[in-house]
Write a protein that binds this ligand. Structure first.
Ligand SMILES: Nc1nc2c(c(=O)[nH]1)N[C@H]1C(S)=C(S)[C@@H](COP(=O)(O)OP(=O)(O)OC[C@H]3O[C@@H](n4cnc5c(=O)[nH]c(N)nc54)[C@H](O)[C@@H]3O)O[C@H]1N2
Ligand SMILES: Nc1nc2c(c(=O)[nH]1)N[C@H]1C(S)=C(S)[C@@H](COP(=O)(O)OP(=O)(O)OC[C@H]3O[C@@H](n4cnc5c(=O)[nH]c(N)nc54)[C@H](O)[C@@H]3O)O[C@H]1N2
Ligand SMILES: [Mo]
Length: 801
């Protein structure tokens, strides 16, 4: 571990020195080195290419902290042994020649693949697609992290193909990031809030006295971006660290950024934050310290919430600080002291998303917003709340420029949608009715599963349930550059190009929107890889001239499409497309005004003229609309609900004494980059690290660096122990995204040798309202195990290759 870490640090230091001297225009053409600008979720860079091979990656000027090794990892990823080289078909599927009774769906993920030609693979896919109804196709192309380009965006290409050629498919409603809050916030504050422009860093630095990282991992989560990362928050964090701001972190673990800010650590039992907030509100209300004027002027429905808060409803439980202390594990005195600190200082509450990725996650943002209203600083410089300070450069000033658009998906004629995290259950229960957003929906009977740009077996909860579900289908198609766990589960696997093997454009960061980038082709496609777009276009053509016209927008070339996206933005006012394409980027400097942005300032200044788009125009402490859903697990005002699995459950914790959380990985984008050199820097026993409190580890005889088994009734995984004081007793932390690697594939619930968290997580929903993912609600046990050394990711056998 120490050797590889040293190596890793050396390599990142080297990357940093390269920056200083990097000037692409000095690239030595004579020595045959060509320098090509490119950009991705992990940053913008130049690739040096010699004899058709990438020899070096160096950062562009927009990368404000190129120590992050993500861009460098592209060399490894492009030339990885895990690349899918040819179109492949699972053996039984190929031999069945279209006879569904012979495809042996139970062998998905177990059987060898056979290399086929592109023509054969496309014919197999089209034969099946033509034989089913659009309502029987599940489009699993989760739109988030496949590719940030305008043209090759994975969910856009897949959606456009299914929509224009086959009339559509069943898609997803909601998402994994903010599945719960996303269904609530708009009704409460008239805006999603989780993706909205955040108060600018400059304003925070000048005005904030107390900054609460309410589970917000400001540093780690901001190293990558939904579009192109600039890591522009990092220089601000240098200033934060030097400022007089008092930082408080409320989190079961003490994150590196909390440490850097010397934050006060409030250790909280996972999934109990709502109780903590209620305890604070009870104290603020009963002591008369809450901001009465603000609540009266800017909120609606306090009278309907107070009986619950004060214990005057059926439960007869006042939500006092002492009540909250028993639930959260946070001392009563700390709860009241925190509330006092918040009301008497300019306080900014930075919420996160992991809290609402848990059962009853619907309550989290809502309660936090109401608490912020009690504190009364919403709309003041450096006060109030923000739910995106940890995401994609939240807090950076916004350029306001109109950016290039992207590929339109066309009309999907299928109305049915499945809540994003419910697919495992849906596959196993066709015809089942569930409640969703105050209505009822029915799970369709799916026959085809079409997956482009998503690691579904990585991101869905309860992997064993999902695998069972995947083995009920007639056809599973996966487009991927790499042999991910999801690709291994497919019947037909198509090798996609990596982004470095094609031209595209994008912008970044998601919040600053101050750069548009040329993502130029760096090298020719390897092996038989093809662009998803080209594959879909060709399949559209095979279906018919009319379908091809619809897919290609009347026969437009990719070059025309790209140029069109650029021309229909503000970019041509700055630079012609030709100049941009040569230079690699166009930059727009955000205004001084933008650096003074204060979220909700207009609403505060004039709540009548600038009323919120809510039932009352104000913040809804109570919502009649929600009350009328008449659900047992979601009501008209925020509430504490006991989760099905948590540390307060005396019975369940006897067998499974630890609550495991699954934060997003520092050195990956979910599962991406698990096949790069970076893994050496953090893997333990070559497996995903699991953090355990030092006292807990001592009791269990677990030492730092040991292989451990983490398990519950849903499954078990092997991970590598990291023994630390930086996580509270009773809690474990295992990052999401390790490539699932079953030990004995014939077991009903094989143990995962790589430490993939979703083997353990439950698939029950947040509630019958949002039906979102509850992955952070999960009890487990842990023990030391003696296991053979783990060699790492294997690629499947491909016959005929
Ligand atoms: N490096 C990197 N950055 C990323 C991503 C990535 O894959 N890699 N993914 C991006 C994406 S898609 C998303 S959605 C965001 C995710 O953003 P978040 O969901 O906010 O991030 P997480 O890392 O899941 O969790 C952040 C913190 O929440 C804490 N936490 C967990 N449960 C609780 C709880 O019950 N209460 C409290 N108070 N804290 C809790 C965890 O211990 C962790 O420190 O990150 C984005 N940023
Ligand atoms: N336990 C737990 N589970 C979680 C979470 C958690 O916090 N805890 N977080 C959830 C969240 S918020 C999210 S956003 C999801 C993320 O889930 P995903 O978006 O599925 O995560 P990625 O691993 O980034 O998968 C993207 C895939 O696209 C592929 N890809 C990249 N470029 C291309 C291309 O050009 N063509 C094709 N065909 N494929 C391409 C990559 O190789 C990769 O396999 O995970 C969710 N799952
Ligand atoms: Mo996400």
């Amino acid at each position: 571990m120490s050797i590889s870490r040293r190596k890793f640090l050396k390599s990142t230091a080297a990357a940093a020195t390269v920056v200083a001297s990097a000037n692409p225009l000095l690239a030595d053409e004579k020595k045959g080195v060509k320098t090509v600008p490119h950009a991705s979720n992990v940053g913008a860079f130049y690739a040096d290419v010699k004899d058709g091979k990438i020899v070096k990656i160096h950062p562009q000027e927009s990368d404000k902290d190129p120590k992050y090794p993500g861009s460098e990892a592209w060399i490894d990823r492009v030339y990885s042994d895990t690349r899918i080289k040819y179109p492949c078909v699972r053996k039984s599927y190929l031999e069945a020649k279209g006879d569904v009774s012979k495809i042996a769906p139970q062998l998905r993920g177990k059987e060898e693949f056979v290399r086929v030609s592109w023509d054969e693979a496309m014919a197999l896919i089209l034969d099946k697609l033509k034989s089913v109804k659009p309502e029987e196709i599940y489009n699993a192309s989760y739109g988030a992290w496949g590719h940030p380009g305008s043209l090759h965006n994975c969910s856009a290409t897949a959606g456009r193909f299914l929509n224009t050629v086959f009339g559509g498919a069943v898609g997803m409603d909601g998402e994994h990031s903010n599945g719960a809050a996303g269904k609530v916030n708009t009704t409460i504050v008239g805006d999603l809030e989780v993706y909205s422009l955040q108060t600018a860093h400059e304003v925070i630095l000048e005005n904030t006295q107390v900054y609460v990282m309410w589970g917000a991992d400001l540093f780690k989560c901001n190293q990558i971006d939904y579009k192109v990362a600039n890591r522009g928050n990092n220089p601000y964090y240098d200033k934060y660290a030097k400022s007089d701001i008092k930082f408080i972190t409320i989190d079961p673990q003490y994150t590196p950024i909390a440490k850097r800010f010397n934050a006060q650590w409030v250790k909280i039992r996972p999934n109990t934050d709502v109780a903590l907030m209620l305890g604070m509100m009870h104290y603020l209300y009963t002591s008369g310290k809450y901001d009465k004027e603000f609540v009266e002027k800017y909120t609606d429905g306090l009278d309907k919430f107070l009986p619950y808060l004060l214990g005057k409803t059926e439960d007869k439980v006042a939500k006092t600080a002492s009540w909250a202390a028993k639930i959260t594990g946070v001392d009563e005195k700390i709860i009241t002291a925190l509330a006092d600190t918040f009301v008497s200082n300019r306080t900014f509450l930075a919420g996160n998303w992991a809290m609402q990725r848990a059962q009853h996650g619907e309550q989290v943002d809502w309660t936090l917003i109401v608490l912020a209203a009690f504190i009364g600083q919403i709309g003041l410089p450096g006060g109030g709340f923000g739910f995106s300070m940890h995401y994609s450069g939240g807090g950076q000033a916004f350029s306001g420029v109109m950016l290039p658009g992207g590929l339109a998906q066309g009309k999907n004629k299928v109305r049915a949608k499945i809540p994003a995290s419910r697919i495992g259950e849906a596959l196993l229960n066709p015809g089942k009715k569930i409640k969703f957003k105050g209505e009822e929906i029915v799970y369709p009977k799916f026959k085809v599963f079409y997956n482009v740009g998503a690691n579904t077996l990585g991101h869905q909860p309860n992997a064993n349930e999902l695998i069972k579900g995947l083995r009920t289908l007639d056809m599973v198609v996966v487009h991927e550059p790499w042999w991910t766990p999801t690709a291994k589960m497919a019947d037909i696997v198509l090798p996609s190009t990596t982004p470095l093997e094609r031209d595209d454009i994008s912008y970044g960061g998601s919040y600053s929107q101050d750069y548009v980038y040329a993502m130029k082709k760096v090298v020719e496609p390897l092996f038989e890889a093809r662009n998803d777009y080209d594959v879909f276009e060709e399949m559209a053509k095979l279906v018919g001239e009319r379908q091809w016209r619809k897919f290609s927008g009347g026969g437009k070339s990719k070059e025309e499409l790209l140029k069109g996206f650029y021309e229909r933005s503000d970019c041509p006012n700055y630079m012609s497309f030709e100049e941009f394409w040569e230079k690699g980027f166009v930059h727009f400097e955000p205004s001084e005004e933008a650096r003074k942005y204060v979220r909700h300032a207009e609403f505060r200044a004039d709540p009548v003229a600038n009323k919120l788009r809510t039932e009352s125009g104000k913040i809804q402490i109570y919502s009649q609309k929600f009350a009328e859903f008449k659900l047992d697990d979601f009501k008209g005002h925020p509430m504490w609900f006991e989760p099905t699995e948590w540390l307060g459950d005396v019975e369940k914790t006897k067998a499974y004494p630890f609550h495991i959380v699954s934060p997003h990985p520092t050195y990956r984008i979910h599962s991406q980059m698990d096949n790069s050199f970076i893994r050496k820097a953090y893997k333990v026993t070559n497996r995903e690290p699991v953090m355990i409190n030092d006292e807990d580890a001592k009791k269990l005889g677990i030492k730092d660096g040991d292989a451990v088994e983490v398990y519950n009734e849903r499954g078990s995984v092997i991970a590598g122990a990291v023994v630390t004081k930086n996580i509270m007793s009773g809690v474990l932390s295992l990052q999401e995204g390790a490539w699932y690697d079953p030990e004995n594939i014939d077991d009903e619930k094989p143990r995962c040798n790589a430490g993939h968290i979703n083997v353990l997580t439950p698939s029950f929903p947040t509630s019958t309202m949002a039906q979102a993912t509850s992955v952070n609600t999960c009890l487990v046990a842990i023990k030391k195990v003696e296991v053979k050394p783990y060699a790492g990711i294997k690629t499947p056998v491909v016959k005929g290759a």
